[in-house]
Design a protein around this ligand. Structure first.
Ligand code: NDP
Length: 246
């Protein structure tokens, strides 16, 4: 299975891969792992100091020099995404992979207590931002011989769960967006798939389950076989699928 996918050291050599939410949690580990396997990684996130620390670690592990794109998905507009796509095309000539990983959990609450502002923020970051970014990036991805677009869902993106409100709804939307794109680009060089990380030891998980013993959880590193597989040429035949990383 992909859970024990053995990634060769040069698996992602010559690939350019953008990771959103690359400063922390699963995205941080994915960026480090992609770089470790030879990819040039574009680190996108909202907290520059965190991105810089990932950048330094990538240089320290002697991987290809990464790039940093400071961007808050909450405030970004179509112009930001258009400029970003132009810069990537200019600098790298192509984009082989995008890992949509950044996500906002918001506050778990009864449905009747959901505040409109909080709903809007979560939809903006988890759905609308991803939509606009993807729309701008597809033309650069089409310059790659084989491009992989990966969205991040959750167990609550398949089955609604009490109190998970807008986060759950946003993950259903994410899965829908992935299916629409996958179907539209079926048979082309662009493939689109979804990852469900499963319960993982990060700040987001700790926020959702404050009483849980984090040590009982898988770490982002444990998930990397699936994350590497989906960016590698081994997954070229896959399109419109959802992968559980655990
Ligand atoms: P973290 O909260 O640890 O990391 C999320 C990252 O996304 C952070 O680097 C954060 O930036 C960034 N981010 C959040 N909002 C924005 C924004 N507005 N603009 C740009 N970047 C932003 O989460 P995880 O690593 O746990 O989660 C990663 C993905 O996996 C998410 O999509 C999540 O929904 C999903 N997931 C996680 C599970 C888990 O158990 N951990 C389970 C199921 C799904 P900053 O560092 O600045 O806060």
């Amino acid at each position: 299975t992909v859970h024990d996918y053995q990634a060769s050291p040069e698996l992602l050599k010559n690939k350019v891969i953008l990771v959103t939410g690359a400063g922390d949690g699963i995205g941080r580990q994915a960026a480090l792992s992609y770089a470790e396997h030879g990819a040039t990684v574009i680190l996108l996130g909202r907290t520059v100091s965190k991105l810089e620390s990932v950048y330094d670690e990538i240089i320290a592990q002697e991987s290809p020099q990464p790039a940093i794109i400071p961007l808050d998905l909450k405030g970004a507009t179509e112009n930001h995404y258009r400029d970003m796509a132009a810069t990537i095309a200019d600098q790298f000539g192509k984009l082989d992979g995008v890992l949509h990983n950044a996500g906002l959990l918001g506050i778990l609450s009864p449905f009747t207590h959901i505040e409109k502002d909080s709903w809007d923020d979560i939809m903006q970051v988890n759905v609308t931002g991803q939509f606009a970014m993807t729309q701008a990036l597809i033309p650069v991805m089409e310059k790659s011989p084989n491009a992989s677009l990966v969205f991040t869902s959750s167990g609550v993106g398949r089955k609604g769960r009490a109190f998970w409100g807008p986060y759950s709804v946003s993950k259903f939307a994410t899965e829908g967006m992935a299916q629409v794109i996958a179907d539209e680009y079926e048979g082309t060089k662009l493939r689109t798939n979804v990852i469900n990380p499963g319960a993982t030891r990060t700040a987001m998980r700790a926020k959702a389950y404050p009483a849980e013993d984090a040590k009982s959880l898988k770490t982002p590193k444990d998930l990397m076989p699936t994350y590497l597989y989906l960016m590698s040429d081994a997954s070229i035949p896959d399109n419109g699928l959802c992968f559980d990383a655990q």
